[in-house]
Design a protein around this ligand. Sequence first.
Ligand SMILES: Nc1ncnc2c1ncn2[C@@H]1O[C@H](COP(=O)(O)OP(=O)(O)OP(=O)(O)O)[C@@H](O)[C@H]1O
Length: 439
Amino acid sequence: MAATATAGGAAAPPPRQCVLDPRSELRVEVPPDAPLRVRLVAGTAEIFGTELPPEGWVPIPPRSKIAIFTWHGATLELDGVTESEYPSEETPMVIYVNTHAILDARRARARAAAAQGGDLEASQVQGPRVIVVGPTDSGKSTLCKMLLSWAAKLGWKPTYVDLDIGQGSITIPGCISATPIEKPIDIVDGIPLEMPLVYFYGHPTPSINADVYKVLMKELAKTLERQFSGNAESRAAGMVINTMGWVEGLGYELLLNAIETFKANVVLVLGQEKLWKMLKDAVQSKPNIDVVKLQKSEGVVLRNSKYRQKTRSFRIKEYFYGIANDLAPHSNIVNFSDVSVYRIGGGHQAPRSALPIGAEPVADPTRLVAVNISTDMIHTVLAISYAKEPDEIISSNVAGFIHVTDVDIQRKKLTYIAPCPGDLPSRLLIASSLTWYEA
Ligand SMILES: Nc1ncnc2c1ncn2[C@@H]1O[C@H](COP(=O)(O)OP(=O)(O)OP(=O)(O)O)[C@@H](O)[C@H]1O
């Protein structure tokens, strides 16, 4: 099939078939506003580690950039509009699946050691803790998805940890989160959202308050450590950790911090020799950390900062309205006196208007600051903390998010939308710089 560009006002092309040779993939970009569906006609194929069902059409969400890969050959049918679609035989998939096989063997070893019992070191019963690093658009999130889905297909329940606050593949951007992956990741619905453990940072870049970012990583790691200690199976299945594409200066320092905090024992470096060498040298004194260089796929689509900003907005919108725009959020009103809003590390970014009257920006980067509700909060996202007391906010995970749609200073009322009806599960809210404007 030749490369085609069919979006941009042109009539939708008729359904078309594509025959893929073994170990090749069809790369497809879906436009933001036109539907595409795909059907497997013959053979087997997968999208980032999740197999296409043998029968029936699979809707591909708008704005997706995907590769439909086949190990043994496949015939596909596409129906709808694409921005581009082209096949490629040059993929790093064999290298990726070999990496998966090595991780799988480590999981099996950890499980067998735990079953044997006796006096064992923690590292003997710990499965692989894989951290995937690389510059922006090197395919990190995609490789994480594949490693998780292939592991889940074999019955493991690895924990996915997402440290990429810029994009947010588990929940909205601005969060550090983790969730067990119990089955291959759904092509349409993405990462399952039943049991995520979410810590709210509240900004799309760590430079705003790197100390808070580090504290939240530590809190998440501590909670996961506790969960692993009581669950040999998930400890053997290990973790797959996705990171940000910022690999220089502070970004690099945070990567080293993440490796240490989550006790990663496998570092997969995508697409940058220099980063691989730097990390290898940095961890050489530490036992049992493998730093492995992996080829980047040429299929990974480059996204500029404007596109990323837009994607962030869509992720927030999806939280309230669903991926297929099929959910209806609930609008609600609370009195100012019924909630308390805090900012973690009130220093750097907080506008003076968001600080208590007469307060100066504080120096302690992790200090908690109570903020007055003001019209500045309109269009921003607030997180609902599980904390019982304000001083527990930084060490507590969050229950979910609300989006502020109006602030009535005179009547002292805040209007918001939430995914569920009813009262807020907590009165302690965390402010953020994340905004979303309803079109
Ligand atoms: N082989 C491929 N063919 C087509 N699209 C691909 C392929 N691999 C990845 N993509 C797409 O390219 C985009 C970028 O990939 P991905 O999100 O994995 O990169 P990343 O390194 O995690 O990016 P970031 O730096 O933002 O964290 C995604 O939309 C992904 O679906």
